[in-house]
Design a binder for this molecule. Sequence first.
Ligand SMILES: *Cc1c(COP(=O)(O)O)cnc(C)c1O
Length: 373
Amino acid sequence: MQKSFIPVNRILLGPGPSNVNPKVLEALSRATLGHLDPQFIELMDEIKSSLKYTFKTENDATFVLSGPGSLGMEACLVNMIEPGNKVVVCTGGYFANRMIQIVEKIGGNPVPVKETWGRAIDPQKLEDSLKTNRDAKIVAFVHAETSTGALSNIKELSEIAHRHNCLVVADVVTSLGATDVMVDEWNLDAVYSCSQKGLACVAGMSPVTFSEKAVHHIKNRKIPVQSWFNDLNLLLSYWGGQKRMYHHTAPSNQYYGLHEALFILKEEGIENAWRRHKENSAKLISKLKDELDLEPIVPNGERIPHLQAIKVPDGVDEAKIRIELLKQHNLEIGAGLGELAGKIWRIGLMGYNSNDKIIDYLIGSLKKVFSEK
Ligand SMILES: *Cc1c(COP(=O)(O)O)cnc(C)c1O
């Protein structure tokens, strides 16, 4: 006989998903509404307004895509780039490399600005690249490079890009909700995030926002957007205007979850949430150092507050530690990706999980597992 699926209640301290507030889980299970129900349209409008608060923007083109962060990445790039366009992509990790792959797939001409993995992008390198690539129209970069733990100064990168008459595509997938993101102040044009990292909701939704300049750029393309699902012109007819048009069947229950997660964030106050993540990260880093002699690979000042890339000590089997944490302590942390596979652990303290109790449980569990190896 087949039974209902009942998952284990893990403590998720990897790069996302993280544990979801029980209030969000409860919201997900409420009665389903149709995707054009007047009450659902009200919910969409509230999500839009909460997202403007979260992104710190007045952009009218602020909404959610029904898919993970990668969908937002593809949507921003496919709308902003026409085949043949030169695109400068700042890359110091796995996710920026994914941007390059997408630019190639949609017929753009990516020019990488390469940074060492584990470091913030050096703004001078972008400046130099734009001086030699004067025909570039778009600059793309990642704020919090989840694969390495490095946080770049995208305010500065954006300033440089605009000085060279480029529009910018910014990945705030991991940063949004947990560390400072200011779309309008930083002049970001096409911006995407996800639901399961800094926003600490379940996966599968991608908040996006487009500046007026970006919308104008998209509406004046010579070649139509090479995607049906991600065409901003079609998406806006579902998310805006007087009469809402069917675009796709939005997963209404998931949207209830996002609405609740954004509500919780607003209740705390976004600046307070940023501060909480910074303070808890500082505590985590000092305890890892003092009690386990473990250290981040990213220099101080360039670290993502809520996601630490921790160096695996010489001679330690990193996978074994992760497996024992899961088996004995019900606790998940992340492995390294790409160039950093086998060399780091990635420890996230996001949203609901960014608190003292979780830090103490993690440190205690790590001590036990280390003492047994
Ligand atoms: C996780 C992540 C993505 C991809 O998001 P998914 O929800 O896994 O599709 C993109 N960019 C960054 C920086 C990420 O951390």
